[in-house]
Design a protein around this ligand. Structure first.
Ligand SMILES: NC(=O)C[C@H](N)C(=O)O
Length: 329
């Protein structure tokens, strides 16, 4: 049987890092070719094409670089001889880039984002095993038409659902609300369930001026007001529980309505979606009446990516509300 051809795009992250003896800490330093030389026997399962895009840590990723990466993935995946694409990425922002790609790429072919939690100078470097699992996922026919996937520690998750849950564990990427899509077992992709809903935001633009505010007990409106006065085009609020805020923040919400700045409400809880269950002052029902948009089960950082893309497409708050709420509320 002919081996499938997989393109691997390297962007940096711990998977590309070694400890620099001068500073005694890890920095990106390995090329795609150097990393692939550690993924022994990978040539027995697929033909690999290495593409070096960047050598940056996750926190250095930007919305503009995500857009460039999306365009590159698009060019590569449309080639007839390419079966799918793997992207290596720093895990700190991996879920944001993966979700960005999920919302913007139009392809049935598998796209997998992968990283590592231990760098190549550490005992138990998990880069090679994660890369091998990512390639095994991409060459599986079952990975077709699933949107963008995240593969780490032999677990396969949807970019739209997964989040980094632990600062150091190898088993850090979890879909806390729904559980994993599947696993890699003995080099084979085993699916536990299917994907029910997939969303696209058709835009080539991204609005970078979107802020994220986390709510704590007794907070006031100062950050919301500052954000609007300094030019934010949209704000995501990580609210409490089901999507509630202290009444002392309502002035800020009213100010946003006055200035036509969309506010998306998500929860600071790690799983479950927001809903207008409660009717007290500052609760979900009050926020909806004041024009806020519900962000489902997304964590703040992913709701922000979605709002940036929605604002890249339109400034119409009703259309943005549809992008977030249609089909789930
Ligand atoms: N495990 C990692 O990749 C974390 C690293 N700080 C990064 O995001 O680049």
């Amino acid at each position: 049987m002919n081996k499938k051809k997989v393109a691997i795009i390297f962007t940096g992250g711990t998977i590309s890092m070694t400890v620099d003896p001068r500073i005694g800490a890890a920095i990106p330093s390995l090329s795609g070719e150097q990393i692939m030389s550690m993924v022994t026997n990978i040539d027995t399962i697929a033909d690999i094409e290495v593409v070096n895009f960047a050598e940056i840590p996750g926190p250095h990723m930007t919305p503009q670089k995500m857009m460039e990466l999306k365009n590159l993935v698009n060019d590569i995946i449309n080639k007839d001889d390419i079966s799918g694409v793997v992207i290596t990425h720093g895990t700190d922002t991996l879920e944001e880039t993966a979700y960005f790609l999920d919302l913007t790429l139009y392809t049935q072919k598998p796209v997998v984002v992968v990283g590592a939690m231990r760098n190549s100078s550490e005992l138990g470097y998990d880069g090679p095993s994660n890369l091998a699992a990512a390639v095994c996922t991409v060459i599986s026919d079952k990975a077709q038409n699933k949107g963008v996937l995240v593969v780490m520690n032999n677990e396969v998750n949807l970019a739209s659902e997964v989040t980094k849950t632990n600062t150091l564990s190898l088993d850090t990427f979890k879909s806390l609300t729904y559980g994993p899509l599947g696993i890699i077992d003995n080099n084979v992709l085993i699916l536990h369930r299917d994907i029910i809903r997939r969303q696209h935001i058709h835009t080539h633009k991204i609005e970078e001026n979107v802020d994220l505010i986390k709510v704590g007990v007794g907070m006031n409106s100062k950050f919301i007001k500052f954000s609007i006065d300094s030019g934010a085009k949209g704000i995501v609020i990580e609210a409490m529980g089901r999507g509630n805020i202290p009444p002392t923040m309502l002035d800020g919400i009213k100010y946003a309505k006055e200035k036509n700045v969309p506010i998306v409400i998500v929860s600071r809880c790690h799983s479950g979606r927001v809903l207008d269950t409660y009717g007290y002052e500052g609760a979900g029902r009050n926020l909806i009446d004041l024009g806020c948009i519900l962000g489902g089960d997304l964590p703040g950082q992913k709701a922000r990516i979605k709002l940036m893309l929605a604002l890249g497409k339109t400034n119409d708050i009703n259309e943005i509300k549809k992008i977030f709420e249609e089909g789930i509320y």
